[in-house]
Design a binder for this molecule. Structure first.
Ligand code: SF4
Length: 693
């Protein structure tokens, strides 16, 4: 089993027992998400349980590429289980984080960890190679610490008196030494207090952000998992792996000679600059790139003054009203330390401010809110807000029901305050920007259809940037006057040529209003679901670099997607996997996930956006490729909204394309059996959830 450690660690917290699952039992799913879904399906007998039920199973999975030198893949970890963040049902969901946890887990001899049950007192997991201990938190006083304090305490405990960089004995294998510290994945106070937007944090800012997995761990009494290993991963063809890495780096990755030609982000041709969105850009003080294990892209940074280390994306967007950059960087750090999901707080923070200005909440207002709005913009304000959500109090250490309201999530809080009622409800006006499943908006849904449909037909904000360049490239070009690298038609050809088995259908990327609900867009959404379920979430290619469609450094500007992914996978495993094999396996995984959601209670009638997306036009300039009078160009999609009936028709087209029952959205036996998922069809049938057809 090249690329695998060969075993998966199963921990039952209720009886504090560890058992081993042979990886070979799930090898057909390759790794990551596929394995996680399959294990979850087998172990959770009643899929309709709540995320806080002790029987909920959380999987933490690696892939065959973890711990190798595959760029933008070796350091990712996939987390799955029933979440607690979404509304009205906490869907079986996923999250993914970078860093070095997955590599270290493989070096310790494990392909994944499966957690179920509930501990009778807070515990942490201490994995040192083969030696696994479930330890009480009380010995190190871990419960109550923030995620950084927790990691430091565990590092000190494992390393003893040795200084950072000294050799330490890892344990579990006699005499084996390492200079590394354990990789620790931890929850903060938000998870301990069951805040539904609590996440898992590893190192400074690698967050398993969505799903509320921090709260799920908190409910299980699990504070942290620490792992240190001194082994290695058997690679089938090390020469081919190194050659593929060098080939990919030479032809497709950033090149210092050509930096002046690139204005793109979230792709391989970008230089190693941190992907931060602090309102005033990057700090003036020095910084150096920081990367996940095995990645040459280095999209994070460590700063001279240590503020905001490794923070990226939404974690750096929260509190745009901060009066200076340091306040915003402190905010990023506090989000990580408390273990909070930045995306929900980004929108929620602005929502609260608006309700305050509107006179709805504040001291002695309709909703009594202890936030000190007179400090808005300062550090004291955001600290109070974040602590309020993490500790379920007034943010200053005193009991207050407002903290409880927020910890339940902004949509649940708004409902409790009566703000979702009537024609002026906040999800109707769009004051509350949570478009699907009670989760926060990310990319503009009325423009980026792949994102919007993928999210509402799935379980979460997809947070998958594979088609983001279609919008960011022309939009930046139009707004800031940057050079357009390729025409709309050329861009669409580059992308669609790679989208097997739908390749060549250019209309998949026609984002014009007349094409919004077409079979072509249904194919785009399907392809994206299949690609991400396998290549990104199972083999764990990083969302910030893959797929590589448009690449300005490559001949013809054609990126390496379709070639690179299987080349890397085959070099490590010795398989003869094609790109299409991966897409097909992604389809199978997508069907398995959809079956789980169906068993949880999903029906097509539930699948609709928040009302504001049907009535309120998008207000941001968003240029995307489309056709008008038979000609391709980039068009501004600003000002449009979804049509309720047409979206309903789109669902029918999408379900038919999947081979599901269009009247219910339930999977059918024929489709499941064609994917060798007969046992899934049987369980759906037993639960009266099998579609007709
Ligand atoms: S691109 Fe960034 S987030 Fe992705 S693996 Fe590389 S360093 Fe990590």
């Amino acid at each position: 089993m090249n690329g695998y450690a060969g075993k998966i660690l199963r921990i039952n917290l209720t009886n504090r027992k560890e058992t081993i699952i042979s990886t070979s039992k799930y090898e057909q799913w390759i790794g990551g998400h596929g394995m996680g879904s399959a294990i979850f399906f087998d172990l959770v007998k009643d899929k309709s349980i709540d995320g806080f039920d002790p029987a909920n199973v959380v999987t933490i999975m690696t892939s065959p590429l973890s711990g190798t030198l595959v760029p933008g893949a070796a350091g990712r970890t996939e987390v799955q289980g029933i979440g607690v963040q979404s509304v009205p049902i906490g869907w079986f969901t996923r999250s993914n984080f970078g860093g070095r946890f997955s590599s270290m887990l493989k070096f310790a001899g494990w392909d994944g960890i499966v957690i179920d049950g509930r501990a009778d007192a807070p515990v942490w997991l201490d994995i040192r190679n083969d030696r696994v201990k479930i330890r009480n938190c009380s010995t190190l006083s871990l419960w109550g610490t923030d995620t950084w304090q927790c990691q430091e305490k565990i590092w000190q405990y494992v390393a003893g008196k040795q200084e950072y960089g000294d050799w330490i004995e890892a344990g579990g294998k006699s005499g084996e030494l390492t200079t590394q510290r354990p990789a620790v994945l931890a929850i903060g106070p938000a998870g301990e207090n069951l805040s539904r937007m609590a996440c898992l944090i590893h190192d400074a800012s690698n967050g398993s952000g969505q799903g509320g997995f921090g709260a799920v761990w908190g409910s299980k009494g699990l504070k942290a998992i620490s792992v240190i290993g001194t082994g290695g991963i058997k690679v089938n063809n090390p020469k081919a792996l190194i050659e593929t890495r060098l080939w990919q780096k030479k032809h497709y990755a950033f090149n210092l000679e050509k930096l002046k030609n690139t204005r793109m982000t979230v792709d391989f041709q970008s230089p190693p600059v941190p992907g931060v969105s602090w309102r005033r850009g990057r700090p003036r003080t020095g910084h150096r790139p920081q990367a996940c294990a095995g990645c040459h892209s280095g999209c994070r940074a460590r700063f001279d003054d240590g503020l905001g280390n490794e923070a990226t994306c939404f974690t750096t967007m929260v509190y745009a009203a901060a009066r200076d950059q340091d306040v915003q960087r402190h905010t990023s750090d506090l989000l990580n330390r408390l273990g909070l999901n930045a995306a929900e707080i980004f929108w929620g923070e602005m929502y609260l401010r608006e309700l305050n200005l509107y006179g709805f909440l504040g001291f002695n207002k309709e909703v009594d809110c202890p936030l000190r709005f007179n400090k808005y913009g300062r550090r004291a304000y955001i600290e109070q807000l974040l602590k309020m959500i993490a500790y379920r109090n007034d943010g200053l250490g005193n009991p207050h029901p407002f903290g409880d309201d927020l910890a339940e999530g902004f949509v649940r809080a708004a409902k409790k305050w009566g703000r979702l009622d009537g024609d002026e409800g906040d999800l109707k006006t769009g004051r509350l920007k949570f478009p699907n499943w009670g989760l926060p908006q990310h990319k503009e849904p009325r423009s980026q259809l792949d994102w919007a449909y993928g999210s509402i037909l799935g379980d979460r904000d997809i947070n998958e940037h594979g088609f983001d360049q279609l919008r960011s490239h022309p939009t930046n070009s139009k707004i800031y006057g940057f050079e357009m690298y390729v025409s709309a038609e050329e861009l669409v050809r580059i992308y669609t040529d790679k989208m097997v088995p739908f390749q060549g259908d250019l209309l998949m990327l026609d984002f014009s209003t007349t094409n919004m609900y077409s079979d072509h867009i249904a194919k785009l959404v399907s392809w994206h679901r299949y690609y991400t379920r396998f290549w990104k979430q199972s083999t764990l290619f990083c969302d910030w670099r893959w797929p590589d469609f448009l690449n300005l450094l490559a001949p013809g500007k054609i990126g390496s997607t379709g070639i690179s992914e299987p080349k890397f996978l085959n070099a490590v495993t010795g398989r003869h996997f094609t790109f299409l094999d991966g897409i097909n396996l992604g389809k199978k995984i997508w069907n398995l996930d959809h079956a789980i959601w169906t068993l949880q209670g999903r029906h097509r009638d539930m699948v609709h956006f928040s009302d504001y997306l049907y009535t309120q036009p998008g207000v941001v300039d968003q240029y995307l490729p489309g056709r008008k009078n038979g000609k391709w160009d980039y068009f501004n999609t600003r000002g449009r909204h979804f049509d309720r009936d047409k979206f309903d028709g789109f669902k029918t087209r999408f379900y038919k394309l999947q081979g599901w029952d269009a009247s219910t959205g339930y999977p059918t036996r024929g489709t499941l059996e064609s994917l060798d998922l007969d046992y899934v069809a049987d369980e759906l049938q037993r639960n009266d959830k099998l579609g007709r057809g």
